[in-house]
Structures are given as C-alpha cells and as structure tokens.
Design a protein around this ligand. Sequence first.
Ligand code: ADP
Ligand code: MG
Length: 248
Amino acid sequence: MKKIRLQTKNIGKTYAGELIIKNINITLREKELVSLLGVSGIGKSTLFNVIAGVTAPDIGQVLLDGFDITGQAGKVSYMQQKDLLQPHLKVLDNVALPLFIRRLNKSQARTEALKYFEDFGIAGTQDKYPSQLSGGMRQRAALLRTYLFSKDVALFDEPFSALDAITKRAMHRWYLALMERINMAALFITHDIDEAILLSDRIYIMTGPPGVITAEITINPPRPRADEFLVSENFLNYKRQIMKLLAL
Ligand SMILES: Nc1ncnc2c1ncn2[C@@H]1O[C@H](COP(=O)(O)OP(=O)(O)O)[C@@H](O)[C@H]1O
Ligand SMILES: [Mg+2]
C-alpha cells in the first residue's frame, strides 16, 4: 500500500455556534487522486480551509507525512474555489507568484515558471493578461500556479466547475494525462458525480448538515481512463451507487 501523505483526524469546525463539519477522517496517499463529493453548502470548502491552515479547526488534527500541521498555512498547495488570477498581472507573473514568495528573484522565477507552460497547455500565453485567455486556459494557469507552490500534495476546490461541458471534458483528459507525468497527490472537491468517477482513485461522499463523510468508494479501473469508461456499465454502476448515497 502506498504511503499516506495527508491525513485528517476527527476534524470538527463551527461557524457562529453552528456545527459545519464533524468527525472528518480522510487520508490521501502518494500519487493518489481523491475527491470529496457533496452538495453545495455542505462544508467542503470549510474542510479544505482547515486542511490548508487558512482556518483552524475547533477539534481534530491535520497531519502531513505524519507531522501535525494543524492551523499552519503554506504546507500544501491550495487552489481555492474563488482563486482568480490577478487581473493586473500578466499570466507569467501570475503563475510565478509562488516562486516570488519563495524569494526567487523575478527573472529566475519567470524562467522557472516558463518551463512548465508547454506541459500545462498554456504555451504562448505568458505575456497576456488573464482576461485575454479562455476559461480553460485560465484554469490551467491557476493549476500551474498551484502546482508550483509545493509540487506534491495539493488541494483543488472545484477546479473545473466554472467550465462549459465540452471544455470541461477536454480539461479532464488533460488533467488525467498530466497526473501521469507529475508526482502529485491531489485532493479535489467537486459536486459533479461523473467528474468524480472519471478522475478519482477514491471518492469520499459528504452528506449532512453538519457535513460528515458517510461513504468512501474506490474506483477500480486504472488511470488514465479511456473515453469508453464514461459510457460503460461499470461507470453507471458507480453512478447508481453514488446517487443512492447522496439520496438523489
Ligand atoms: N468564514 C465563514 N464564516 C461563517 N460561515 C461560513 C464561513 N465559511 C463557510 N461558512 C458556512 O459554512 C457552510 C458550509 O460552507 P462551504 O464550506 O463553503 O460549503 P461547500 O464548499 O460544500 O459549498 C455554509 O453554511 C456557509 O455559509
Ligand atoms: Mg465550496
């Protein structure tokens, strides 16, 4: 079994006296793609904010490689749900931001960031502004920025949800291929059942309120998955199972 990178232990969080999430125990192993699936408002982003150290839990711990990082920001890469690129910065400077923060000088940071533009499918966009890019390209730029932040454990909050269905499908294909080439363990949030089945090694189902993990599903076919998987009986069986768990 692959080594556990990230683990939450019994996380609970309240806002203004209201219990938002409770007893959250999840794990993310080396090179794994795991999704957290649940309806809007159930507490998915709240959990990510806790894991990323943006906010502290009321109870519980977050462990990275066995070390307690509860409440500490900057230990894992985090692409927030409303993580828009800075409109006044060129794409290259947006992407290189985590490298500036790591005190690389500007020209070194730009050179380093530029190396990945081809792989992330945004070659040639470096001198444009975010508003000049398509939605899919903006998301890829934001994904690259997240990747450059720490490289191997990342949280993505609904990275594809703002895209139209066709662009989204292209992004799924691209994302699966990318994940084969880079060494990253990724936890991502979605409310799209098909997306979760297609992209994940495992899916945690969150229901509530308060948000609790009520099921964990392993998706067996190896990645990257061929297009036929999307229309297979196997896929539909997973979908049926998940719809039942979400009471849809
Ligand atoms: N900073 C905050 N202060 C107060 N309430 C919050 C805050 N963040 C989220 N909430 C509340 O927590 C609940 C879960 O929100 P969220 O985690 O964003 O859900 P999801 O990401 O699953 O849509 C919502 O009722 C939301 O209003
Ligand atoms: Mg959210």
